[in-house]
Design a protein around this ligand. Structure first.
Ligand code: FE
Length: 229
């Protein structure tokens, strides 16, 4: 099997959120898709280890906030590489409470859907939740972020709990451009050619030239937590 074929599937990037016992949590997911139009239903695939899984299974509701192409990596890092068991992910993030009582991210998003769970399918590491859409709206006409854009342009990674996680093979080195560095915490790769525009770092800035105050755009780890590729 050439598993590269599975990487040709197209996705968007979403924040899936839910609630439980007065608490809220959310996480990044690329696996959210419409199943039927009448009634409108959506499916999502969530790792059983994630706190959001527990919340959805318990409350029977989830929301899908659709990320804008311009969403900063810090927002994706907050929801994708941190656990709601350690932090309140919605603190300081623009959001509102939906009709389901689950939160909807209103910052760097272009629309949302709120769903009530109709059925759950156990698929080993993950559960597929199918939900009936009970409320939805468009928040902006900006372009949605695609998973390809997140990986190629934003330098984004998939956490090990993502359905689409792929173990990376070491790549052959070309002729000596400035070395890339990877974050030991989340796997983000700092590419001097791309810089970190969201963090105010121009393309062409080597890792050594980054200010000491610079932190990983995904997980906020300091420079000391980076290793040369
Ligand atoms: Fe990181």
């Amino acid at each position: 099997m050439n598993m590269k074929a599975i990487q040709k599937i197209c996705y968007g990037v979403y924040i899936i959120s839910s609630k439980m016992n007065g608490k809220v949590n959310g996480q990044i997911a690329n696996t959210a898709f419409q199943i039927t139009s009448d009634p409108p239903t959506m499916a999502i695939s969530i790792n059983k280890q994630n706190l959001t899984h527990e919340y959805i299974a318990s409350s029977g509701v989830f929301t899908v906030s659709i990320l804008s192409k311009d969403a900063p990596m810090t927002l994706i890092g907050q929801f994708g590489f941190k656990s709601g068991r350690d932090i309140d992910k919605f603190k300081d993030i623009g959001h509102k409470t939906g009709a389901t009582g689950a939160p909807i991210v209103t910052e760097s998003t272009i629309g949302f859907l709120e769903c009530e769970v109709l059925s759950m399918t156990d698929v080993g590491t993950h559960t597929i939740f199918i939900g009936k859409v009970i409320e939805c709206d468009v928040l902006s006409d900006a372009e949605p972020m695609t998973y390809a854009y997140y990986h190629q342009v934003k330098g984004g990674k998939s956490p090990k709990t993502a359905p689409t996680y792929i173990k990376e093979e070491p790549q052959a080195q070309g002729t000596a451009p400035a070395p890339k560095y990877h974050c030991n915490v989340c796997g983000y790769i700092y590419d001097p050619e791309k810089g970190d525009p969201d963090g105010g770092i121009k393309p062409g800035t080597t890792f050594e030239e980054l200010p000491d105050t610079w932190v990983c755009p995904i997980c906020n780890a300091p420079k000391a937590d980076f290793s040369k590729e």
